[in-house]
Design a binder for this molecule. Sequence first.
Ligand SMILES: N[C@@H](CCC(=O)N[C@@H](CS)C(=O)NCC(=O)O)C(=O)O
Length: 216
Amino acid sequence: MKLYIYEHCPFCVRARMIFGLKNVPVELQVLLSDDFQSPERMIGEKMAPILQKDDGSYLPESLDIVDYVDNNYAGNPILIGDRSANIAELIKQLQQYDYKLVCPRYIKLGLAEFATQSAIDYFVTSKKEKMGSFDQCMAQTDALVAEVLTVLNKLELLIISPEACNGQLSLDDICLFPVLRNLTCVKSLVFSSKIKAYIQSMAKRSKVDLFFSKAI
Ligand SMILES: N[C@@H](CCC(=O)N[C@@H](CS)C(=O)NCC(=O)O)C(=O)O
C-alpha cells in the first residue's frame, strides 16, 4: 500500500499511526503542498491523506484509512478502547493552535511538501485569510504558548498511561497524538514529563517522527 501525505498534516499522522502501531508496511509519498494534479487525479479533490490500496484503488479520509487498516490487516483490531468526551474536548481546543502557533513554523522545518518556493508560497497564501501574516503570528508566540499550557495542564490530569491516553489504545490516541506531535515544533513550549512521555511513547510505537530536534 502507498500513503500520500503532507509531513505537517495531523490528519496524515492519524493514518501513518495505524501502520506503525500494527507493523503493517506502507510506502509513504509526500505530496508537494501546491500539487493539485496528483490528489485530484486520485480522489477528485486536493486533500491528504490518501491511501492507495493493494488493488490500486484510492481511499481518502484519515479515520476511514485507520478503520480500514485496523480491521483488515495484521490480526484483530487494536483500537478497541473507549473514547473520552473530556479528551475529545481538549483535542478540539488544542487544534485551534494549529493555525497561529504551528503553521508559521511548518515552512521552516525542511519538510518535503515545502521543497520548492512555489509550494511554500501556496501554503502561506492559502492560510493568510484565516490567520493573517506568518510574521505576526510568530510574534504572538509567548501568549499562544501560555494558552496552550493551560490546556495541556488539563490534559495531563486525564492521561492514564504513556501507552494509551485512556489506558487502552483507542481513536482518542489516533486523534490526540498528531496534535501534540505538531506542537513539538514550538521551541519555547516545554511539555510536562507526563505529556512528554506520552508523546515519545506514541511516536516510537507509531513510527512517526517528532519535531523536537528542529523546533523553532
Ligand atoms: N477530513 C479530512 C481532513 C484532511 C485535511 O484537512 N487535510 C489537509 C491538510 S492538513 C488538506 O489536505 N488540505 C488541502 C490543502 O492543503 O490544500 C481527513 O480527516 O482526512
